[in-house]
Design a protein around this ligand. Sequence first.
Ligand code: NIG
Ligand code: FE
Length: 428
Amino acid sequence: MRYRFLLSLHGMNDLLITDIKSLIGILPPEVQLLKGKEMQHTETLENAWLYAQDELIVDFGLGDAPSAYLSATTCINAKGKLVLPSYIDSHSHIVFAATREEEFVMRIKGKTYEEIAAAGGGILNSAAKLQKLSEDELFASAYERLFEVIFQGTGALEIKSGYGLTVADELKMLRVIKRLQEVSPIPIKATFLGAHAIPTAYKNNREGYIELIINEMLPAVAMHELANYCDVFCDQGFFTPNETLRILKAAAAHGLRAKIHGNELGYTGGVQAAVEAGALSVDHLEYTSDAEIACLLQSTTMPVALPGCSFFLGIPYAPVRKMIDAGLPVCLASDYNPGSTPNGRMGFVFSLACTQMKLTPEEAFNAITINGAHALELSNELGSITKGKKANLIITKEVPSLAYLPYHFGSDAIDQIILNGKPLVRLS
Ligand code: NIG
Ligand code: FE
């Protein structure tokens, strides 16, 4: 993938967007997230302009732009178009070695995700392949995926390890993520997910693997400053709530906050473990009952649903309608990975939220913008149209309304991507 930014030749880089049909997602700077009924609203200006300078949104308003801004180095006319903050994808696994369409075919013929995993497929299949590839090979394919999702509207991304499952291979994955962070035009947060599965070598010694994570992986990850967060797949057939809490306690001692996979495969205590660990988020939540909702209501842990996974595996959708009605915040993310969700398109997540989870377009939009930013501790710099935030924006094609975006599923309707106040241009 080759790309470039439109840059001015004379130092100053500023951007004026005029004639905007709707400027959507305006929030005051102090708003970190939206919950319950607050999610119903998206503050919008009709017939607006926006001015950005030095990567940041400086000003916006109604009607004609002030004459002081008319000499901006880049001017874009957005007649008939919407301008939105970029989507925030707070959960992905885009560093992987190979796709797994053979397991997809096995599922079509009747095997379940768990049966395939228990027989050595799934995460272990991905780990065996990843262990054979070099850091450079993994970087090259992950770089392609990063730009694939950037051109689909993602303006900040979280990426997990978890297909290494040895000390050397987990560190290799995290070094790939670090290299992506260094070249990426969008912010990337890194999550250590050594506790993604029990590797084959520890099949009869799960305690040994947990000790390896605690005594060797976590200290090395922390020493080389390779991760922002620590994740555990707390679910049936993977890690128990007690094991999860032990790992997360050790991670916290190294300054790594928790973001966990929970309740994808059953009512397995993942939510309660996340809340007990003070996790920033608990992700998946396909199996969420009143007890889990009550538990989340007593916490600051953000529930993150991954509808692409439900769509692809044919498992239940997380009951986010019920969560919002109970007053919770809800975030939605892609889960882009080779096994359960081979797709990172946030526009499709937006559609599934509306068609399958019964969120309104406004609720779904808030779930993939400001609440996504909160799930990555980026609300102060991204997730809304706010003066002083990073100018990572989507300019849509000419479309009638915000609701048209999830309605016209499968198409992003994106005309231009703005990152750090500059239009992004695809060269190949
Ligand atoms: O979030 N559920 C755990 N991990 C990933 C899938 C991993 C895989 O199948 O490769 C997920 O769905
Ligand atoms: Fe995941």
